[in-house]
Design a protein around this ligand. Structure first.
Ligand code: ZN
Length: 148
């Protein structure tokens, strides 16, 4: 595994729409491993591929230590409720702000074996999933700051 460089705010990579993964190659598996390592090293609870300079629909989320969730071609299939909590981003170190997100969200994605699965999360997990999926469409949490 290798630690990757995290792209910082101002780099246009963060504003691009990512392409779906059509084939899960060894390269994609290595990317997933490296993204988990990079996320952990940076003490983050999520990381999206464009944050390491790869414009593919891939993200990792880990809100429960030791239980990283790898998401390939993820999409939100259901959501409900709202929450408004403080949010940050590894690409915007030191920046924090309150954003409005669904309280509960269900995401459908492929795992590293190409199998479809659904993950349902509430609170922090819901927020992390929404935050990382936003990255795949070039959106950042600062686009969603709650009005005080
Ligand atoms: Zn982020």
């Amino acid at each position: 595994m290798a630690k990757l460089k995290i792209v910082k705010y101002g780099d246009e990579t963060l504003r691009r729409v990512c392409r779906p993964v059509d084939k899960i190659t060894p390269r994609i598996l290595t990317l997933l491993d490296d993204m988990v390592e990079t996320m952990r090293d940076a003490n983050g609870c999520g990381l999206a591929a464009p944050q390491v300079g790869v414009l593919r629909r891939i993200a990792v989320v880990e809100v429960e230590e030791g239980n990283p969730i790898e998401l390939i071609n993820p999409r939100i299939i259901a959501y409900s409720g709202t929450q408004c909590e403080e949010e940050g981003c590894l690409s915007l170190p030191g920046e924090w702000g309150k954003t409005v997100r669904p309280a509960h969200v269900t995401v459908r994605a492929l795992n590293r074996f190409g199998e479809e699965f659904d993950i349902t999360g509430s609170d922090l997990l819901a927020r992390a999933l929404c935050h990382e999926l936003d990255h795949l469409d070039g959106k950042l949490f600062i686009d969603r700051l709650a009005k005080e």
